[in-house]
Write a protein that binds this ligand. Sequence first.
Ligand SMILES: Nc1ncnc2c1ncn2[C@@H]1O[C@H](COP(=O)(O)OP(=O)(O)O)[C@@H](O)[C@H]1O
Ligand SMILES: [Mg+2]
Length: 425
Amino acid sequence: MSHDSPLQDLDLAAGFLEPPPRRDTYAGWQRWRAGRGHFAPAPRLTLGQWRALSPRERSLYDLHRTATHVNLPLQETPMSLKVSRLVNRRIRNNALKTRPSTRAGVMVTGWGYQGKTETVCEVAAAFEDAWLAMHHHLHPQPTPGTRDVHAPVAYAQTPVTAKPKSTCQAILGFFGAETKRLTLPELIRQLAASLDDHGTKALILDDITRLRMHRADDQDTLDLIRAFMSMNVTLILVGVDILGSGLLRQGHFDEHTRQWVLPPSQHARVHGLEATQTERRFDLVELDRFRYTTPGQITAFHDHLAGLEANLRLLKAPPGMLTGGRMPEYLMRRTDGVVGLLERLIEDGCQEAMDSGKETLDEDLLDDVVLSLDDPERDALAGEVPAIPGSSRTRTTAAPRPACARGRGRNTVFDDHGPRGQAHG
Ligand SMILES: Nc1ncnc2c1ncn2[C@@H]1O[C@H](COP(=O)(O)OP(=O)(O)O)[C@@H](O)[C@H]1O
Ligand SMILES: [Mg+2]
């Protein structure tokens, strides 16, 4: 490749050859936090420039384009902004509290693929960036005598078929702690000590609604959440349809503070520990999908599409490829305004556009893209996989795509079902 080749950015993007870090360990979380937002997209080439490349350069460039299309950046949306603001305010204000009072937690609810995990992780990572910078500013030298790494944020995913013990183990796993053969009270004590030793300010427990709340151990689960909330961290619980899950069944909504209140446990001792008699407070915030009814909603969706389009590297894409004509309505209909489905459709569409040489996205091409969401990391039974519009697929079973996808009416009115009214409730 010559020195003035349009492809000199390629080595900047070498990061896409590494496997993505898992965020549920300290090392993985740090690697993700430090590397996020550093992906270098493929440079923009005209069709003429692309044609002038050598076969080797062209295949490298096409690989870089594919990497660009599957690593589309997170975009701020009005819905994600609402969630980020609240989560950020809670983490930051709680972290700055000097009294050991109980910290209000946050629950983030929404259906699958609506961006809960990404939105919450991004806010927490940004908090951690700022917190570490402040620490470095105040204590440039490592504090003498400290042995443990500083982990302002801990992230854990609730295990499928979670029980209180395995949930504690998952969180301790973030710190690489040995947890075999410990009893639940021992696990809880160790967790409290770990959070303290690592200076943890925010604990994210993702996919919390995998804890099914209709079993005999419901009480144990609620008591566990109370225990987490006594640990001087901001507890951030993320899940699908939290209100419908039973997690807040014993709670009540305080109109005045607009928070959910979990009363103290009825037991004197909980998990072998003395139960505290304080109530626990949570903000509940919903991460919604895009909607297409009011002018503001329509503008927000168009803005998002324009942002997506700016990141695509198709060689024959006309300006306004995603925002012009009936395309926004079409994309709304295909994805129900779910940000992750939209990303998937565009990603797969771009691959098809490159493979076929069409090098642009239009309805004809996208009609042939079948969305499928087989993701072993998601628990379909916990509602983490959304229904795909236009397919008869339900939450748990995949069904073939309708024979004539293009026969669907185009001027669908996008009903405002609301999250509770959707089919996957
Ligand atoms: N604000 C956003 N902008 C662009 N893409 C997003 C945004 N939020 C989420 N996504 C994409 O949507 C997909 C699903 O997001 P995720 O956070 O895993 O959803 P959830 O946790 O609600 O199931 C991810 O691939 C993510 O990159
Ligand atoms: Mg998630």
